[in-house]
Design a protein around this ligand. Structure first.
Ligand SMILES: [Zn+2]
Length: 226
């Protein structure tokens, strides 16, 4: 991979126009109570050798560490949280209103801040439209935003979910009746077998009535085959 370079940029450290070259370093940093190891990107001034965070996104490395922390701790990533919100066509303001946090808190989380486990569970519950509808019902009295679009979307999703559930129910019902047919078939065969066996032992009884087994095949022929 070719390293990125930035030509003729003013260096705030040595106060020269300098060339900056991308440098990648494996570093260990502490995030909350976890030590996170990550590859970080810096830009190095060719004059004073000072390292700078990426100029277009100074939080780039910190975000990387936060995302890794979230992954290691089973929390949703910022992208996943945003995806859940957009799935319901909710604005940042609507989503924040709905789950009872401030707009800026949600905006920070979607931009990389770490959410609490509790909040993470709230976001997770939104993966189920029925649960999302319950969140809305519980919060309805406190909401100030307009949720007409969201409610329409939820209704469509819930109907779709119910349809796919009833399809599943129908499938299970069909499989069960097939199983029942197979079982009946097997039982019928077992009955036939039992009939044969009892019939056979009756025959045996009558054959041994005289104290000896009457072989169906003459014994001399059996001996001949040995
Ligand atoms: Zn410099």
């Amino acid at each position: 991979m070719t390293k990125k370079t930035i030509e003729n940029k003013y260096c705030s450290e040595c106060e020269h126009l300098a060339r900056f070259e991308e440098v990648r370093l494996i570093e260990k940093v502490k995030v909350k109570n976890s030590m996170i190891e990550n590859e970080h990107i810096y830009y190095q001034c060719n004059q004073c050798k000072e390292l700078f965070e990426p100029f277009d996104d100074p939080d780039y490395n910190a975000k990387l560490d936060f995302e890794k922390y979230k992954k290691l701790n089973g929390l949703l990533s910022s992208k996943e949280i945003k995806k859940i919100r957009l799935f319901y066509s909710l604005s940042l303001r609507q989503m924040a209103d709905l789950i009872g946090i401030s707009y800026s808190t949600l905006s920070e989380i979607e931009n990389g801040s770490i959410q609490s486990k509790l909040l993470n569970n709230v976001f997770l519950s939104f993966k189920d439209p029925f649960a999302a509808r319950n969140v809305f019902k519980e919060r309805a009295a406190f909401l100030s935003e307009n949720f007409d679009g969201f409610l329409k979307q939820i209704d469509i999703l819930c109907v779709r979910e119910e349809e796919s559930l009833s399809e599943l129910r129908e499938e299970i019902r069909n499989e069960l009746s097939e199983l029942r047919d197979q079982t009946n078939d097997m039982l019928a065969r077992v009955n036939l077998l039992e009939y044969d066996v009892s019939h056979f032992s009756e025959e045996m009884n009558s054959d041994t009535r005289n104290g000896e087994i009457k072989w169906k095949v003459p014994i001399t022929r059996i001996m001949a085959q040995l």
